[in-house]
Design a protein around this ligand. Structure first.
Ligand SMILES: Cc1ncc(COP(=O)(O)O)c(C=O)c1O
Length: 488
């Protein structure tokens, strides 16, 4: 055990400290990976150390390196070394913050970590919640509670309506489906010019839906849309929800973390008025997967939806594990019974680095995105599409303004962005993918890695501009690159 463990720690440390030396994305075709990994069930014992070496080489090394300083795709997380150790510790101790009887210490540790998270975000005392696998699970859990609280716990009547903007994360639509809403019951509003859920349009739609006899019950606001980092107007939306008696869920999977900084808290104004908040420590709080969190203004409502004895099934075997007095059974507060101690990652990271280091790291991501946006404005051949918001900016290559981007050539301009993304990713210096902004393709940078420097930004923007010029010049021959997926 020790020998394999020491080797493994060497591998972990080497992975964490040398990531910048390689490309931000390494991939392989199924034709290459299948012969390496799709092997028969091993009946006989083998060497643990050899298996570790092999899995690192043949499996774990093929994928996106989110912690690479020039990986700007999706929401790149960095992870911390204490968090890696935390996952191993939690596994070794079979830590289950489910029933108090099963995991008293782990449960208290999770409750404390949740309280710290609330404090970091500026949420008042009384807020609490639990750790989940990520933003999708947190959004699902929130909507289940919203449904049960606002629709009398009796399922979803046909008139029930949930509201969000088209910029909400797709996990919201999936959660709506899973809590029993039909497609038409999720009302998707077009965003305003800043890509935010428009409060006035929401109010008008609510009035019309109520007049038509429908039953609005909840609104999902996004605090940092994944595409552009847009922040829905929480204070206005909270006013509307108060007025109409609706549940307000804030999906801050990516962006709520900004509230741990002074400036970010101003951007996230109104967060405390949401009935529920999703925040993902595995995004902008630098934890490895899986670490999502749901925080509620009235956390006791979780029990109403998730208590194990809510339904009339025989729970006799659970009787010895009933919570007594001040004991808490977190398996009554969410969809999982056996649960891993995800909170330990954040707990150990906070113990090791201190909260101030987290604030500085989040602030540096915000500032770096602003630096990048300013730089885009100054570089010929690039144009800023959306300004830096919560560490995200979008831009476009415009090597010949008025030609590639001119009237009637939107398709060509879109293809140019895709070609630039594909070429830059394939080159191995940076990972930049595209998104759609107001129906047009744009390059998207999420700049939240504390290891990313201004030099990384300068290099990447210069590369994008230069690639844009070259791809534009080669436009007629570009069809081959068009079908190529970035990184392939
Ligand atoms: C705003 C938002 N909500 C939800 C999610 C889903 O989170 P997860 O991938 O952790 O399930 C994401 C993921 O990027 C997100 O950006």
């Amino acid at each position: 055990m020790r020998e394999a463990g020491h080797r493994l720690i060497e591998t972990v440390v080497s992975r964490l400290t040398t990531v910048a030396a390689g490309p931000p994305h390494a991939t392989a075709t199924p034709a290459r990976l299948r012969p390496l990994l799709d092997e028969p069930l091993p009946e006989a014992p083998g060497s643990l150390a050899e298996a570790v070496d092999r899995v690192v080489r043949d499996a774990l090394s093929h994928g996106i390196r989110f912690d690479h300083p020039r990986c700007f795709a999706f929401v790149p997380t960095t992870g911390t070394y204490p968090a890696v150790l935390a996952d191993a510790l939690a596994a070794a101790f079979h830590s289950v913050p489910g029933a108090w009887l099963v995991g008293a210490g782990p449960t208290q540790l999770e409750l404390t970590t949740v309280r710290w998270l609330c404090e970091l975000l500026g949420l008042p005392a009384g807020h609490s919640g639990l750790f989940l696998s990520g933003g999708s699970a947190a959004n699902l859990t929130a909507l289940a509670v919203a449904r049960d609280d606002r629709l009398d716990g009796e399922g979803v009547p046909p008139g029930a309506r949930l509201y969000c903007s088209s910029q909400a994360h797709p996990s919201v639509a999936r959660a709506a489906h899973l809590v029993g809403l039909r497609r038409t019951q999720l009302v998707v509003l077009e965003p305003d010019a800043e890509l935010r859920l428009p409060a006035d349009r929401l109010r008008a739609r609510l009035r019309a839906d109520l007049a038509a006899g429908l039953r609005p019950f909840a609104v999902v606001a996004t605090v940092g849309t994944t595409s552009t980092g847009a922040i829905d107007p929480l204070p206005e939306l909270a006013d509307i929800c108060d007025e109409f008696g609706l549940w307000l869920h804030a999906d801050g999977a990516h962006g709520a973390a900004a509230a741990i900084t002074t400036r970010g808290r101003e951007h996230c104004r109104g967060l405390a008025r949401a009935d529920s908040v999703t925040v993902d420590p595995h995004k902008w709080l630098f934890q490895p997967y899986e670490a999502g969190c749901l925080l509620l203004r009235r956390p006791e409502l979780l029990r109403r939806s998730f208590a194990m004895d809510r339904h009339r099934l025989d729970t006799g075997y659970l009787r010895p594990a009933r919570a007594d007095g001040e004991e808490v059974n977190l398996d009554d507060y969410g969809p999982q019974q056996s649960r891993g101690l995800r909170a330990l990652k954040l707990w150990l990271s906070l113990q090791t680095f201190g909260a101030e280091a987290f604030r500085r790291a989040v602030a540096s991501g915000t500032e770096l995105a602003e630096y990048a946006a300013d730089h885009v404005r100054a570089i010929p051949g690039l144009e800023l599409v959306t300004p830096a918001s919560l560490g995200i900016l979008t831009l476009r290559c415009v090597p010949a303004p008025g030609r590639a981007d001119g009237p009637g050539s939107a398709g060509a301009a879109d293809r140019l962005q895709e070609a630039v993304s594909a070429e830059v990713c394939a080159g191995g210096r940076a990972m930049v993918l595209t998104t759609d902004v107001r129906g047009r393709r744009a390059l998207r940078l999420c700049v939240i890695n504390p290891a990313t420097t201004r030099g990384d930004i300068d290099e990447t923007l210069a590369l994008l501009a230069e690639t844009g010029r070259r791809a534009h010049a080669a436009a007629p021959q570009r069809t081959a690159a068009d079908g190529r997926r970035p990184g392939s």
